[in-house]
Design a protein around this ligand. Structure first.
Ligand code: SAH
Length: 225
């Protein structure tokens, strides 16, 4: 899969994709992530990408021209399955949305800043608007990184243990069961005996019960869906 991200602060995205699973996914050729600096597409002398809002009020608004030039240049290169605008008023990101995006070829992501982007960019180019939660960030970059991470780890071959993503929280409508590793006894705090039993069927049942209990306690709303 290929992700193109348009941002006015490309440096904010240097870190998230340069480590661990996301880095390995790119090295293996399973994901390509390209970050584009919006300012490079600004026609004006000062490379400005924002302006005062019509109707007054506080905050600057990102202008159409740089986004239009950048998006149209990218559209000439390839077709995008989705053009996503990261926005607090979009549909709230969940595992289902991440699942629905895997398997696509090309995804274009727009990051807003300041007060947001001119509504006409959304009307003309955007096919999907996604929020990462009911709070306001200062820019769309961290939200884009969250979205790309959630999708890339689902691409077959990215996680070394193929089944690992399937048993994560939310995939089966349940939160994950608690996990333990060595030592079996840490200053008197012992790992649940059942995990040491070697009986896989009993362990699987225990994990399912724990997942169910945890979901009932913490997220009963998931059980009603
Ligand atoms: N005035 C806007 C917020 C602008 S915040 C409003 O009230 O809706 C600046 C930018 O940060 C947004 O354009 C968006 O791209 C990004 N952003 C902020 N919060 C976000 C969230 N919860 N999810 C996704 N993107 C977000």
């Amino acid at each position: 899969m290929r992700f193109d991200i348009i941002t006015v602060l490309p440096g904010l995205l240097d870190g998230p994709f340069a480590h661990s699973i996301l880095q390995r996914a790119q090295q293996k050729g399973l994901a390509e992530i390209h970050v584009h600096n919006l300012r490079d597409y600004a026609d004006n002398k000062h490379k400005s990408v924002d302006d005062y809002p019509y109707g007054g009020g506080s905050g600057m608004v990102m202008t159409i021209q740089p986004f239009a030039n950048c998006i149209e240049a990218l559209n000439k290169e390839r077709q995008y399955d989705e053009v996503i605008f990261m926005s607090p008023d979009g549909e709230r990101l969940d595992q289902g949305i991440a699942n629905s995006l895997v398997g696509g070829q090309n995804i274009l992501i727009l990051c807003g800043h300041y007060k947001g982007i001119d509504q006409r960019i959304r009307d003309m180019y955007v096919t999907r608007e996604i929020s990462i939660g009911d709070y306001v960030l200062s820019g769309g970059e961290l939200a884009a990184a969250v979205l790309v991470d959630a999708v890339v780890r689902l691409i077959p071959g990215v996680l070394t243990d193929e089944t690992s993503a399937l048993s994560d929280s939310f995939q089966d409508g349940l939160l994950d069961a608690p996990v333990y590793t060595r030592p079996a006894d840490w200053q008197g705090h012992r790992v649940p005996e059942v995990l040491l039993s070697g009986n896989q069927q009993v362990i699987d049942e225990w994990r399912h019960e724990q997942a169910l209990e945890r979901t009932q306690q913490r997220r009963p709303d998931l059980l009603n869906e």
